[in-house]
Ligand binder design. Structure first.
Ligand SMILES: [Zn+2]
Length: 252
């Protein structure tokens, strides 16, 4: 399995990083993508991806931390992105779930990073809440055709289908393991398996059996199992196809 969105670079994993990584490998996680959200976190991600062959770096400026980004961060991002060593640019996007967020500022930041991704020929890792239509219209207006992954997708079936037309994979996280998550369950069942990838978003979004705990990449097994049940497909089918999809879109 490939965990396309894991934040094990965060301090929350400092005490047992190697234990968590070993448990992921033991569970069958063959690769993890570590997305960066703020400039002062990039160095650790780049160092980890250089040190471990199954950890891959993506870096970006996340819309939730808009007020913490500084002048010069975009130029630094461009230098690193164009220098190679990244599998994607992200996580970036729009978050309209935040109350009183600076939407214009988020849009400008997002568009500037799309330009960098185009220049560096990198796919995007998208973080989008309550702004799928806006993100899609920006991608179309900027003629972005580099594809990528919509992380922890929470939109409608129609919005998912529009992303797929734009060249994006839809990422399924632990939310799908909860009985009450009827919308994402029906979306994850209706979409073609060729459009799905898996993620944990560790340490967030633990699956149902680990509710309230710190999430770890090994828990991706539960998401794959539930997805297999919901779709009426075998666990192996889910694992093989979602891994192939992730490898294709990220060129792993
Ligand atoms: Zn994330």
């Amino acid at each position: 399995m490939i965990d396309t969105h894991s934040h094990i670079d965060l301090p929350l994993f400092d005490d047992d990083f190697q234990v968590v990584l070993a448990a992921a490998r033991e569970a069958g996680v063959s690769a993890q993508v570590l997305p960066g959200v703020i400039r002062n976190g990039w160095e650790r991600i780049l160092a980890l991806s250089a040190a471990e062959t199954d950890l891959f770096a993506a870096i970006g400026l996340h819309p939730m931390y808009l007020s913490q980004h500084r002048e010069g961060d975009l130029a630094a991002l461009r230098d690193i992105a164009c220098g190679g060593g990244l599998v994607a640019l992200g996580e970036i996007g729009l978050d309209y779930y935040i109350r009183d967020g600076d939407r214009k500022g988020q849009q400008e930041l997002f568009e500037a990073q799309i330009d960098i991704a185009k220049e560096a020929s990198l796919p995007l890792l998208l973080h989008v809440r309550k702004a799928h239509d806006q993100v899609q219209s920006i991608l179309r207006r900027k003629n972005f055709d580099g594809g990528g992954i919509v992380h922890a997708f929470s939109g409608s079936l129609q919005q998912a289908e529009h992303y797929i037309k734009l060249g994006f994979m839809i990422s399924i996280c632990g939310t799908v393991t909860y009985d009450r998550a009827s919308r994402i369950r029906s979306v994850a069942t209706a979409l073609p398996l060729t459009a799905l990838v898996l993620e944990t978003d560790s340490p967030d979004i633990p699956p149902a059996s680990r509710h309230g705990e710190r999430n770890t990449p090994a828990n991706i097994v539960e998401t794959a199992m539930i997805l297999a049940q919901l779709r009426g497909e075998s666990f192996d089918t889910i694992v093989v196809q979602t891994s192939a999809n992730a490898r294709q879109v990220l060129d792993l």
